[in-house]
Design a protein. Structure first.
Length: 335
């Protein structure tokens, strides 16, 4: 778990000023909101999405539509069938390892995992087949020899062979908000003209301006991209561009990748987070996925005590050197 990221000075000051303000009733909305749908409002009249959220209940949910559900629509998988699918997800998640690097049941980490709070059978909602579109020929050529982010295949010659996630720098975006073994909590806070999202994973914070300020020069890119937001009714729409290639989602082209998020209330304690991924240099067409977020004050953002150069880094590189030395000894012994 890790230390919360620090907001930029101006953003932090704004957020702290509004932290004690609660939502208003729909009838108390501020100026300029007469045409917006009813719902909770901030004191300055924006729709209020503030709170602590988690997608812990969605851990283990397949990203794409499982093959055994081929031909089915996501909206049609409901009722008893969905409950049985969610129960199978919990059983499978509790009794398996996250990946080959982990030893021990996930239950050690997921003591509060309750399948019945999960609400979907898979995440990809567009295209209709629930599958990520094919890579473009250019992307197939570009990614032919690239190691997928977060995947350690061994033989690390240096720290440059390890992903940004393994080096405790970033899990990337939108990966930082995807359900996984741990770090599944998020804080959404608002102030006039700005929304901030604090991620438990790798203690990062995105500060999202809601005005028309120009974006930086194209050459100025970052791991989490450059976001700009606006309201469409009660829905927060965030468009993010200008990613560094090293952190671009699913090895997209950071210069051409555009990610559009929509945060909309789907229930008293639910926000539906919908993400559209567009990169003509990587996929043959845009595609979208949606993940439910559940408001739960009992799942606060905890410290994420991870840092570049920690034991993980030392052990991975040390282990690779030990393997090389053993191979050299074996080779010498056969001469």
């Amino acid at each position: 778990m890790g230390t919360p990221a620090v907001l930029p000075r101006a953003g932090l000051a704004i957020v702290m000023c509004m932290a004690s303000a609660g939502p208003l009733l729909a009838g108390q909305a501020g100026p300029g909101t007469a045409n917006r749908p009813s719902g909770p409002r901030t004191p300055w009249g924006d729709p209020d999405l503030q709170g602590t959220y988690t997608n812990l209940w969605e851990v283990g949910t397949p990203f794409e539509r499982p093959d055994e559900l081929a031909g089915r629509r996501l909206a049609d998988v409901k009722g008893a069938e969905l409950a049985n699918i969610r129960k199978a997800i919990q059983d499978r998640t509790r009794n398996s390892n996250l990946d080959e690097q982990l030893r021990g049941p996930r239950e050690v980490w997921l003591d509060q995992f309750k399948h019945e709070k999960g609400s979907v059978a898979w995440f990809v909602i567009d295209p209709d087949d629930g599958k990520i579109p094919a890579l473009t020929p250019a992307a197939q050529k570009r990614l032919g020899g690239r190691r997928r982010q977060g995947q350690n295949e061994g033989g690390a010659a240096s720290w440059l062979d390890l992903s940004l996630y393994e080096r405790c720098i970033t899990r990337g975006y939108p990966a930082s908000m995807m359900p996984t073994l741990y770090g599944n909590s998020y804080d959404i806070v608002q102030a006039p003209g700005v929304v901030a999202i604090r991620y438990e994973m790798v203690h990062e914070t995105r500060v999202i301006p809601l005005d028309d300020r120009p974006r930086p020069a194209d050459a100025l890119r970052s791991y989490m991209g450059e976001p700009r937001g606006h309201w469409e009714g009660d829905t927060l729409v965030v468009e993010t561009m200008q990613f560094k290639d090293a952190a671009a989602y699913r090895n997209a082209n950071g210069a051409t990748l555009k990610i559009t998020e929509r945060f909309s209330r789907s229930g008293p304690d639910k926000v539906l987070w919908t993400v559209t991924v567009q990169d003509p240099e990587t996929w043959t067409k845009p595609w979208s996925f949606a993940v439910p977020l559940t408001a739960d004050a009992n799942e606060p953002v905890f410290e994420y005590a991870c840092h570049e150069g920690n034991y993980n880094m030392t052990n991975i590189l040390g282990g690779a050197r030990a393997d090389e030395a053993a191979a050299a000894r074996e080779k010498a012994s056969k001469k």
